[in-house]
Design a protein around this ligand. Structure first.
Ligand code: PMV
Length: 328
């Protein structure tokens, strides 16, 4: 048996603009997905998923994914979770040169699905690492990041940036620009996450920004302004200037709103955090619904979010400097 875990992430800055080659800074957070893989004596693959913030599910199949019986109760769970887990298992089996080997795989996650916290990347990263190790193959974190990116890219029909998978595999704060990803220095960042209980449709939101950018010069300039802001954010990170990071997060949220990707629930949580004294707050990920991230080392923001009707759950999730790790 092999067990691996990998962290989720928030975007400190730069989502959406990163799609057009501007830099972004995702940060790994202390909330993880764990995957346990155990080789079987037959060629069946059995996947059991728990706590994916939706109903747990269990699927057993042998042979190609197309022949897989649809036994899960909730199709959206299958769509959101199963394709990523499947992709990770298949890639690790191929890498280990054992494409037909049977496995029992259990997935547990502390991360809401499709809410801007990189849950799918964390599952894929931990899934590749655990399955590969169970099959006798040790990969370093950069290799895991690379293979996990390819799985996400395939599952998301070519619409994936390297941000989530790199950050989840390596931990810490990262700078992502085009195909280049590097870990950067960061002070301890007291992240607080607010979750509205919903999800955004990343594909539709990205397409919406693309259309806006093509139609209006202001939208193209907004994307460039986000890039400028991220470059300033990198200096603030380097200097450990948390106040400046907060101010830039506030501006980043305003620019994302101008691009039409915020939502009433996200704005309500952002304002609740600001009024509670957070140094800054913004949506994280594609928007439309899901999560916001604020910076506050006190309990004021989690408490205020707890009283905000639009917030289903609030939790502290500090920067996690560790990426994928062995848990067995
Ligand atoms: O919602 P998430 O965590 O999948 O983030 C999407 C980030 C975008 O910049 C909107 C798209 C991308 O692939 O970078």
């Amino acid at each position: 048996m092999a067990v691996s875990s990998a962290p989720g992430k928030v975007y400190l800055f730069g989502e959406h603009a990163v799609v057009y080659g501007e830099p972004a800074v995702p940060c790994a957070i202390e909330r993880r997905a764990r995957v346990e893989a155990t080789q079987r004596s037959d060629s069946r693959v059995r996947v059991h998923a728990q706590d994916l913030y939706l109903n747990g599910f269990s699927v057993e199949y042998a042979g190609p994914a197309d022949d897989r019986p649809t036994v899960a109760t909730d199709q959206s769970v299958l769509d959101l979770g199963m394709r990523y887990i499947d992709g990770a298992i298949d890639r690790a089996r191929d890498l280990a040169d054992q494409p037909e080997v049977g496995l029992d795989v259990t997935v547990e996650s502390d991360l809401p699905l499709g809410a801007g916290l990189g849950s799918s990347a964390a599952v894929v990263v931990a899934g590749i690492d655990a399955t590969a190790r169970e099959l006798g193959l040790e990969l370093d974190s950069e290799e895991v990041a690379n293979h996990a990116y390819k799985v996400e890219h395939e599952v998301q029909n070519g619409e994936a940036s390297r941000a989530d998978t790199f950050c989840s595999a390596t931990g810490g704060a990262a700078k992502v620009e085009g195909d280049s990803c590097e870990t950067i220095d960061a002070p301890n960042l007291p992240f607080v996450v607010g979750y509205d209980g919903g999800t955004g449709n990343t594909g539709e939101l990205v397409a919406g920004v693309r259309a806006l950018r093509e139609e209006y010069d202001f939208a193209a300039s907004t994307v460039e302004s986000i890039g400028d802001l991220v470059r300033r954010g990198e200096h603030a990170l380097d200097a450990g200037d948390v106040d400046e990071l907060g101010r830039l997060m506030d501006v980043n949220h305003g620019l994302l709103s101008a691009l039409g990707v915020s939502a009433r629930s996200l704005d309500a949580m952002v304002w609740a955090a600001r009024e509670a004294g957070a140094r800054g707050a913004k949506l994280t990920g594609s928007g439309g619904g899901g999560c916001i991230v604020a910076l506050d080392e006190t309990e004021d923001t989690p408490t205020a979010l707890g009283y905000t009707p639009e917030c289903e759950r609030a939790f502290r999730a500090e920067l996690d400097t560790e990426g994928v790790r062995r848990e067995d």
